[in-house]
Write a protein that binds this ligand. Structure first.
Ligand code: IPM
Ligand code: MN
Length: 362
């Protein structure tokens, strides 16, 4: 029997509650589809930091490299100054494991309410490929003359050709394999670059040149579009049906995927994968630690379950991934879950997990 070695990082806030349900669904699917999960849990997060001062010890990082994939709950603690855990754990993992793709589908499931008037599952169905290794996230910059009236702060947006190119190539491949034509949902597979070539005339000049050079040379079958990021936000609300696969830099990708998540029914549904195509990838609900709802068994676990499904796809268990996705879909279409907002589901976090696990197992 095939065994997948999975590192489980429940993390902070509601992370442990939603990861527990994702693991429940994975175990049910493993039994059904005949593979084994060897799970190791790590207590990275705010509590460990408060206790020991450690964020991500090098020894843990090394151990994580020995796994096939990582399932993460959430990072961020109300008692810890913003940035310490996020940079020390989440971003460090993304960088050290070179997870240079952040794949964030924006898909409205049938039965889920969207705040976008007159749009449904047919219209809200696209994917954002967020570059995950560079940009302002690189951490270059500094503050000079701090505390004086003349103080200056910089935070540098930077990209190398290599970073841009590997991300674009992955996005073109993804569009070719999973775009609207490939899925039978349209006439062509389209990759749209989201940038800001009218202001960021260096960084997005690089992106745009690479985009067309690679597209012309190696992906003539994939249609190309370009949107400025501000206009992209407008169309995400007004005409989301225009989109197929979007590719963008790290910062813009961060921002537009929160907007995308709201259009697909909220943070409780939005899953993402931090992918190193040659290495260890990490999957997470993108919603954060929700301290307000911690420990109450009221948070929606579906994003974490969806992330677990994406993880199985990356591990080559495509049937399992499809089953988890359809179990989520059935649970949402059933009308049993009253709302996806925390505390309003009409079911507890663990009951939603039980229900989806049961759907995934049958
Ligand atoms: C996300 C989050 C992170 C990011 C934070 C917590 C560092 O917002 O995964 O989208 O900015 O990437
Ligand atoms: Mn974000």
């Amino acid at each position: 029997m095939k065994t997948h070695r999975i590192a489980i990082l429940p993390g902070d806030g509601t992370g442990p509650e939603v990861v527990r349900e994702a693991v429940k669904v994975l175990d049910a699917a493993a039994a059904r589809f005949g593979f084994e999960l060897a799970k190791t849990e790590y207590d990275l997060g705010g509590e460990r930091y408060k206790r020991t001062g450690e964020t991500l010890p090098d020894s843990v990082l090394e151990e994580l490299k020995g796994h096939n994939a990582i399932l993460l709950g959430a990072i961020g603690h109300p008692d810890v100054r913003p940035g310490i855990l996020e940079k020390g754990i989440l971003l460090r993992l993304r960088f050290e494991l070179d997870q240079y793709i952040n794949l964030r589908p924006v898909r409205l499931y049938p039965g889920v309410e969207t705040p976008i008037k007159d749009k449904g599952p047919k219209e809200i169905d696209y994917v954002v490929v967020r570059e995950n290794s560079g940009d302002i996230y690189t951490g270059m910059g500094g503050i000079a003359m701090k505390g004086t009236a003349d103080e200056v702060a910089t935070q540098v947006m930077c990209y190398s050709r290599r970073q841009v190119e590997r991300c674009l190539r992955w996005a073109f491949e993804y569009a070719r394999k999973h775009g609207k034509k490939a899925r039978g949902a349209g006439e062509k597979n389209t990759l749209a670059l989201v940038g800001k070539t009218n202001v960021l005339t260096y960084v997005f000049d690089l992106w745009e040149r690479a985009f067309h050079e690679i597209g012309d040379r190696d992906y003539p079958d994939v249609a190309r579009e370009y949107y400025h990021v501000d206009a992209c936000c407008m169309w995400m609300v007004k005409s989301p049906e225009w989109f197929d696969v979007l590719v963008t830099g790290n910062m813009f990708g961060d921002i537009i995927t929160d907007l995308g998540a709201m259009t697909q029914g909220g943070m409780g549904l939005a899953a993402g994968g931090n992918i190193n195509p040659q290495g260890v990838s990490m999957f997470e609900p993108i919603g954060g630690s929700a301290p307000k709802y911690t420990g109450q068994d009221v948070i929606c676990p579906i994003a974490a379950i969806g992330a677990a499904g994406m993880m199985m796809d990356t591990l080559g268990e495509h049937e399992t991934a499809a089953r988890i996705e359809s179990a989520i879909e059935k649970s949402l279409a059933s009308g049993k879950i009253k709302s996806l907002s925390a505390g309003k589901m009409g079911m507890s976090t663990s009951q939603v997990g039980d229900y989806i696990a049961q759907l995934a197992a049958t």
